[in-house]
Design a protein around this ligand. Structure first.
Ligand code: PMP
Length: 433
């Protein structure tokens, strides 16, 4: 795709913002076009179109169940996105085990932090000076709370540093202390295989969530997986049609999960699209996807390390040997003298390179990586007109190439060598009048 660039002309757009959302696969777009004339309301009677849509809807559920290796006792519930999934889980756990402590971590996206702040006592597992989750601290906190932690809520992979957390180890530790584990897999699902494992295995995952729009399907579908039993015990978060058995003026009989937690007309187009995305990811083999994307990351890191004034966050010096297994495909960085927002604008304006900048909806983690003090944060909080420091992030999808990385590194090197030139050009462009 061509996009207009500063000073006239066009450039081929380079999408290095896949951690925010991924473009749909061609197979996904084709499936949507083929299915669009046929879609209908799911589970609404025996009419031909509704039966067809209902059938595809339930097949999607089976496919998702298999994709993440869920146990037969676990149920797949469709939501709008990961954020809604985490909020639904918080709602259910507030109803059935309100006294439990929730142990989240310092590296979470707000979707796996804020839902736990209402109605629970919460605490956060620390990250160490490299930004990695501290497993000794996890163990120490679980021990200190003496069995009162009910849930460890952790991301499968960070949207800030790309670190993949050692889920087996975390699950094993949590279970040993009587806690369950919830994995926010939003950044993991399209980059590496996931296996929730049988529930009798000590390192199984109890609850998991992800979003379709980060795995080459469109917006509007999220997934929450967890024990059927838990979802049977509560009223739904959203009440309405589809969630019930029989209703009269006198009583409401809630239906069984998953329908109980899927009130309203379901997004069948989004789900059919998700099944096409999963089929494509399965045929590409997520192990190969992970290996390919890691190759790109290593290539980009090597190029970026040579750029003057650039700080790479959470990239160790000996990256070559480290990067293989424990990282998804993103890099966060900052450039001396150029603010994160301006740098993102320059990269777009000069070469059509789409990146993300700011705090990435993981404010406490980025604030910690930047070393912002409580006093500084209070100051920014009190002065809304001042730009808060932040980072720039590039994130790759399985279709990105080393040629695109070359274009990016070449431009970033030119900006780093002469930041003033670009700052002037882009701040003048922003001047009113
Ligand atoms: N968790 C992580 C790690 C994410 O990166 C994101 C999206 N940036 C989310 C949760 C939230 O996903 P959604 O906006 O689709 O709910």
């Amino acid at each position: 795709m061509k996009v207009p660039i500063a000073g006239g002309g066009t450039a081929t757009a380079i999408n290095f913002d896949n951690a925010a959302t991924t473009p749909p696969f061609h197979a996904v777009m084709n499936r949507i076009v083929d299915f669009a004339p046929w879609y209908s309301s799911v589970h609404r009677g025996k009419g031909y179109k509704s039966v067809l849509s209902s059938d595809l809807y339930e097949k999607a559920r089976e496919m998702v169940h298999e994709f993440i290796g869920a146990d037969p006792s676990q149920v797949v519930i469709f939501t709008k996105n990961t954020t809604e999934s985490a909020n639904l889980l918080a709602h259910v756990l507030r109803a059935i085990r309100p006294e439990q402590i929730i142990l989240s971590t310092e590296m979470e996206h707000l979707a796996n932090d804020l839902p736990w702040r209402t109605g629970f006592k919460t605490d956060y597992v620390r990250v160490d000076s490299d930004g990695r989750l501290s497993l000794p601290n996890l163990e120490a906190k679980l021990r200190a709370y003496q069995g009162k932690v009910g849930l460890v809520a952790v991301s499968g992979a960070s949207n800030v540093t790309g670190y993949m957390n050692p889920l087996s180890q975390i699950a094993r530790t949590a279970h040993r202390h009587g806690a369950k584990i919830f994995v926010d897999a939003a950044q993991l699902a399209s980059h590496a295989p996931i296996d929730m494992k049988p529930v009798n295995s000590p390192d199984h995952i109890d609850y998991l969530a992800f979003s379709a729009h980060k795995m080459y399907a469109p917006f509007g579908i999220g997934v929450l997986i967890g024990p059927m039993e838990d979802f049977t015990q509560t009223e739904p978060l959203l009440a309405g049609g589809g969630a019930v058995g029989l209703v009269s003026r006198q009583f409401v009989e809630w239906g069984p999960p998953p329908a109980r937690h899927e009130a309203g007309t379901p997004n069948i187009i989004g789900l059919v699209a998700l099944t096409a995305a999963i089929a494509t990811l399965n045929s590409s083999d997520l192990r190969s996807v992970h290996a390919y994307e890691n190759g790109l990351i290593r290539y980009a890191i090597n190029g970026m390390k040579a750029i003057p004034g650039l700080t790479l966050y959470c990239i160790p010096d000996q990256e070559q040997s480290e990067v293989e297994d424990n990282r998804v495909s993103l890099i966060s960085f900052s450039l001396k003298e150029v603010s994160h927002g301006l740098l993102a604008e320059i990269l777009s304006g000069e070469a059509g390179i789409a990146v993300r900048n700011g705090l990435f909806c993981a404010h406490p983690y980025v604030e910690k990586l930047l070393g912002l003090t409580q006093q500084e944060l209070e100051y920014y909080h009190a002065h809304e007109d001042i730009v808060v420091p932040g980072l720039v992030r590039i994130s790759f999808g399985l279709y990105n190439t080393s040629r695109e990385v070359d274009i990016f590194i070449d431009l970033l090197t030119r900006i780093a060598r002469n930041p003033r030139r670009y700052i002037e050009k882009y701040t003048q462009r922003c001047m009113p009048g």
